[in-house]
Design a protein around this ligand. Structure first.
Ligand code: NI
Length: 394
């Protein structure tokens, strides 16, 4: 399979560069979706567009079992600084998370599997909007599920490029693989007054300072030290004049956890910390918007992926997983069916080009590795060479 992937490597690079030059934000991936649909149809693959708003689903074969493979297509609001011939042509937008590579790799999977006449169905999910959400707080994975993309799926596979993992190396392990993310929005309301006469009001800035202390005490004092958790305040706004104590302070932040137990505890502790505002004479409003849960990789799907990597490239190419507190909406797909996401080494040379930075780039020779592993894992499941996971119906 890797040899066959090497044969299409040039096409994958061309596709990745085309997408890289034309980045689009979440739920606005119209050009990318068109390119995907056109490419699938050229390959003789049935394609359905407008799935989950701007998503595309490609269908190879029919009936069951169904193995789904997912690539995300959206870019980020960043100005690319790389001086490369394929740099972004859209000011202020950039594929800085490698979703251009994910999309090209999944088109490669279509090229590798279309002639194999596999039993059942390979379903290719080209997903919009992984990085953000629409007005109703729903990301691309959730919208695609609502449109039936996961109906009847027996296993779902995906990958993410790894900007600090050397090319030719892979990480995939069972269990929790990303953080659950929630967002909080808060307002602390005091009583504005003249800055020279603070005793006449209730200073919401002073009170917010006490609340921030309480917030920072949650992870250090209230959560089990062996349980990863993060609360970060990312935005804080109050006041207009140096000599006027404002009426209110607005602050927002992100909440990360790796278990549902800690996630619930963080929410209740956050509510308690904001109680400090009331104790000091202000009032507050706190809203927690639930984001996506942790990606939990299915043990059996992981075992097959690891075997594929070992057979194609050698078991020594599997490195231990490096855990982080990033989030990924693949978690919703992996809740809908047993699934796994692996990390594909794409570090260009010895230099890290971190995701979500304006210097991000990747080693394109890794595209063939990614396509080969996804295609071979799907092939083994559909032919019965590897047993499909059995999960009791929810
Ligand atoms: Ni990403």
């Amino acid at each position: 399979m890797y040899e066959r992937a090497l044969a299409i490597q040039e096409r994958l690079v061309a596709l990745r560069r085309d997408i890289h030059q034309h980045p689009e934000l979440g739920f606005r991936e119209t050009r990318t979706a068109q390119l995907v649909a056109d490419t699938l149809r050229e390959l003789g693959v049935r394609a359905r567009t407008g799935v989950g708003k701007t998503g595309v689903v490609g269908y190879l074969g029919e009936g069951s079992p169904v193995v789904a493979l997912r690539a995300d297509m959206d870019a980020l609001p960043l100005q690319e600084v790389n001086q490369v011939p394929y740099a972004s042509q859209v000011p202020g937008l950039m594929h800085a998370c490698g979703h251009d590579a994910h999309t090209a790799i999944l088109l490669g999977v279509a090229m590798l599997l279309r002639d194999l006449q596999l039993p059942g169905q390979v379903r290719l999910l080209f997903q919009p909007c992984e990085e953000s959400a629409d007005k109703e707080g729903k990301s691309g994975a959730e919208r695609m599920i609502e449109d039936g993309a996961m109906k009847g799926v027996d296993a779902v596979l995906s990958l993410h490029v790894g900007s600090s993992l050397p090319t030719g190396y892979f990480e995939v392990e069972a269990g929790t693989n990303s953080a659950a993310v929630d967002t909080f929005f808060a307002t602390i309301v005091g009583q504005g007054c003249h800055g020279a006469y603070p005793q006449r009001g209730t200073d919401p800035i002073f009170i917010t300072a006490q609340v921030i202390n309480a917030l920072n005490g949650i992870v250090s004092r209230r959560i089990d030290p062996f349980q990863p958790a993060v609360i970060s305040i990312g935005s804080i706004h109050a006041g207009v004049a140096p000599n006027v104590i404002p009426q209110q302070v607005e602050l927002n932040g992100t909440i990360r956890s790796l278990s549902e137990e800690v996630r619930a505890q963080l929410h209740s502790e956050l509510a308690r910390a904001f109680g400090v505002a009331d104790a000091l004479g202000a009032t507050h409003a706190l809203r927690i918007e639930k984001g996506v849960p942790s990606v939990v990789n299915d043990g059996q799907v992981v075992a097959v992926m690891r075997q594929v990597v070992a057979d194609l490239f050698g078991a020594d190419k599997l490195l231990p997983r490096v855990q982080g507190m990033g989030a990924e909406d693949f978690s919703l797909l992996a809740e809908a069916a047993p699934g796994a996401m692996f990390r594909l080494g794409t570090m260009p040379g010895t230099e890290e080009r971190l995701g979500h930075s304006d210097t991000f780039d990747l080693d394109e020779s890794a595209l063939a590795y990614g396509a080969a592993i996804l295609a071979e894992t799907a092939r083994r499941f559909l032919t019965g060479e590897a047993p499909l996971p059995q999960r009791p119906a929810a």
